[in-house]
Design a protein around this ligand. Structure first.
Ligand code: FE
Length: 133
């Protein structure tokens, strides 16, 4: 993985849309079934909307019926970071982009095999790069 990316709040605001900024930098959550990639089924790669780091492959995306894009594994374990999150009275594990510390979503242990994990990710945190056939 490439080096860490650090930018000021002002710089992130210039690069990101207000919705992306709210989710990625302020750890917001988009409303369920509202995100643009919730029902996306094309082949391709989902990268970080902040810094372009490759995060998830369409090969591991599945319909969790949660209302958010869901994956059972990141492309590379080292590309995502995890952090204990006890906000909102819940014990959850936050998922971040390892390169820019952008908030992506949370990971839960109710996903499909082979990992049993559900990476529940905001569409606003992602950019989809379709495969070139
Ligand atoms: Fe990033």
């Amino acid at each position: 993985m490439s080096d860490k990316i650090t930018k000021s709040d002002t710089e992130w605001r210039e690069i990101l849309t207000p919705e992306q900024y709210q989710v990625l930098r302020l750890k917001g959550t988009e409303p369920p079934f509202s995100g643009k990639y919730c029902d996306e089924i094309s082949s391709g790669t989902y990268v970080c909307a902040c810094c372009g780091t490759e995060l998830f492959s369409s090969d591991t995306k599945y319909d969790s019926r949660s209302g958010w894009p869901s994956f059972w594994r990141p492309i590379e374990a080292e590309n995502v970071g995890e952090l204990a999150d006890t906000n909102h009275g819940m014990r959850r594990v936050e998922v971040l982009c390892a390169r820019c510390d952008g908030h992506l979503g949370h990971v839960f242990e109710d996903g499909p095999q082979p990992t049993g994990l559900r990476y529940c990710i905001n569409s606003a945190s992602l950019d989809f790069k379709p495969s070139e056939e």
